[in-house]
Design a protein around this ligand. Structure first.
Ligand code: SF4
Length: 323
């Protein structure tokens, strides 16, 4: 039986700027205000990160009624609806918003075009908190489509002023196909100036496209709830490479590597590097003798922290570089 001999690491992989910032917000809030800090929804979709913050004093809740008066509350990186924002304010919490600035950018665009009379088609996954947050920027006039069949069914009240927005963590290729269906049905639809799928999603999918043909199996480190991690696995599968997603090294199964000497490894935008290292150790224990990082983009994007959590020396710049 062949054993895995080489691990090839995708570059870039793992944490993006929005995830870095969201975790930092909870950690700084804990340092400044003490435990507990309440967080609405998982701060980012990763089991290890959530458990680590729980151990440090964060309490994760879904309903604002579970937060005591006067508590400090953090909104997750996925963003929240206007209704949640207003309710949190009305309840008088000390609020810090960890919504990724690239999600906020979509919210701002929706609000601006809504004022100009636009209705929206949103390409995204039903039930994902980012989709709920973005759709919840308006009371009505935003229609969700998950695939081309939905596009055929959608019925906006008017079609002269129609704009399209997307979830930030979609498959770039699937979204392009759905967008083409939207444009075929509504030729005058307005597209975002800059695509809504974020740089981190794009770069990690591009890296998997380079990685997949060079390996016999792809392992994606990510939690089942993580949209962008699931998409990475799909990208590899679509290229014909067997691919598995694991939340931790314990989930690796020896039979995945039987007869496969080159293993590709990547991680979703919410998966910490420590998990990647643990997966590498496990694959080494199964026989791999070399680990090589592919050439790839170096990301330098950084987002500023909310004012109340900045300390001297923090960069005030909004987005240093997008690619
Ligand atoms: S995946 Fe993209 S949108 Fe989501 S937190 Fe990271 S940078 Fe922001």
């Amino acid at each position: 039986m062949d054993e895995p001999k080489e691990v090839l690491l995708a570059e870039p992989r793992g944490f993006c700027a929005g995830v870095d910032r969201a975790i930092e917000i909870v950690e700084r809030a804990l340092a400044k205000f003490g435990r507990p800090i309440y967080v609405r929804h998982e701060i980012v979709h990763n089991t290890y990160v959530v458990n680590d913050l729980k151990a440090k004093g964060a309490i994760f809740i879904e309903e604002l009624s579970d937060v005591p008066p006067g508590a400090t509350l953090v909104f997750s990186a996925h963003g929240v609806s206007k209704a949640v924002q207003q309710e949190a304010q009305a309840r008088g919490f000390n609020i810090f918003d960890a919504t990724c600035p690239l999600v906020t950018k979509v919210h701002v665009e929706v609000a601006k075009l809504h004022k100009e009379g636009f209705e929206f088609i949103m390409i995204g996954h039903k039930g994902h908190p980012e989709v709920e947050g973005t759709m919840g920027q308006l009371d009505s006039g935003i229609h969700l489509v998950e695939d081309a069949a939905d596009v055929a069914r959608v019925s906006p009240a008017q079609t002269q002023k129609l704009a399209v927005v997307t979830q930030t963590t979609l498959s770039v290729d699937d979204a392009a196909g759905i967008l083409a269906a939207v444009k075929a049905r509504f030729p005058s639809v307005r597209e975002p100036k800059q695509q809504d799928i974020c740089y981190a999603t794009q770069n990690r999918q591009d890296a998997v496209k380079l990685l997949s043909p060079q390996v016999d199996v792809v392992i994606v480190v990510g939690s089942p709830t993580s949209s962008n991690s699931n998409r990475l696995r799909e990208v590899a599968l679509k290229l014909g490479t067997p691919a598995h997603m694991v939340d931790s090294a314990d989930e690796l199964q020896a039979e995945w590597f039987e007869g496969r000497s080159r293993v590709g490894l990547t991680a979703g935008a919410s998966a910490p590097e420590i998990l990647v290292r643990q997966v590498i150790d496990r694959i080494k224990a199964l026989g791999a003798i070399s680990v090589r990082t592919m050439e790839g983009l170096t990301e330098t994007v950084k987002f500023p922290l909310p004012k109340g959590l900045r300390i001297d020396g923090d960069s005030p710049s909004l987005i240093e570089h997008l690619h």
